[in-house]
Write a protein that binds this ligand. Structure first.
Ligand code: 5GP
Length: 187
């Protein structure tokens, strides 16, 4: 059984990663999503076990000490991690999986899984990113400031990725993403 493909989706907050990812999963039914563990609080509308596993700091520390993570990172003041066993199970069974993780985690996964296909979603400019993030209204001003500061740094790392998709308009960018993923899967 050939191993499945491992896709990594990254990009700054407000680039529209989540929206594009949802469209991708509507279009490609048999793609698995890697549900990360996080110490961040659940946002309204998010579902435990679907968007994230929401864990306490103590739980996260215990998992870290137990070497349970394929990668983990502190992002915007919260901890996030991908469980090794979840990803391994899917890949071993020949199915494809997508990880939506930050730039630090992406580098770690690539060093452990060199075949990983890394896709970076970005906005046409930092100004547009800022407007989108404010419109989303899910963050406090402090959280917004942290995310904006990190966005500029993350956007500079785009060149390390195999593919960069500029989310100028959702229908166009989502089509590009879907076609890209389909292309790899047909190889
Ligand atoms: P959010 O809090 O907006 O859901 O996610 C914040 C950032 O953390 C995003 O860039 C997201 O891709 C990243 N992230 C989510 N899960 C993980 C993970 O398991 N590992 C790493 N390294 N980053 C993650």
């Amino acid at each position: 059984m050939p191993r499945g493909h491992l896709f990594i989706l990254s990009g700054p907050a407000g680039a529209g990663k989540g929206t594009l990812r949802k469209i991708l999963f509507q279009e490609i039914a048999d793609l698995e999503f890697s549900v990360s563990c996080t110490t961040r609080k659940r946002r309204p509308g998010e579902v435990e076990g679907c968007d994230y596993y929401y864990v306490s700091h103590d739980d996260f520390k215990r998992m870290l000490e137990g070497n349970e993570f394929l990668e983990w990172a502190e992002v915007h003041g919260n901890y996030y991690g991908t469980r090794k066993s979840d990803v391994e199970k899917v890949l071993e069974s020949g199915r494809d999986i997508l990880l939506e993780i930050d730039v630090q985690g992406s580098g770690l996964v690539k060093s452990r899984e060199p075949e990983a296909i890394r896709i970076f979603i970005t906005a046409p400019s930092l100004d547009i990113l800022e407007n989108r993030l404010e419109d989303r209204g899910t963050e406090t001003q402090d959280q917004l400031d942290i995310r904006l500061r990190n966005a500029a740094r993350e956007m500079r790392l785009a060149r390390e990725y195999d593919h960069v998709i500029v989310n100028d308009e959702i229908p166009r960018a989502s089509k590009e993403l879907v076609e890209l993923v389909k292309r790899y899967r047909s190889r």
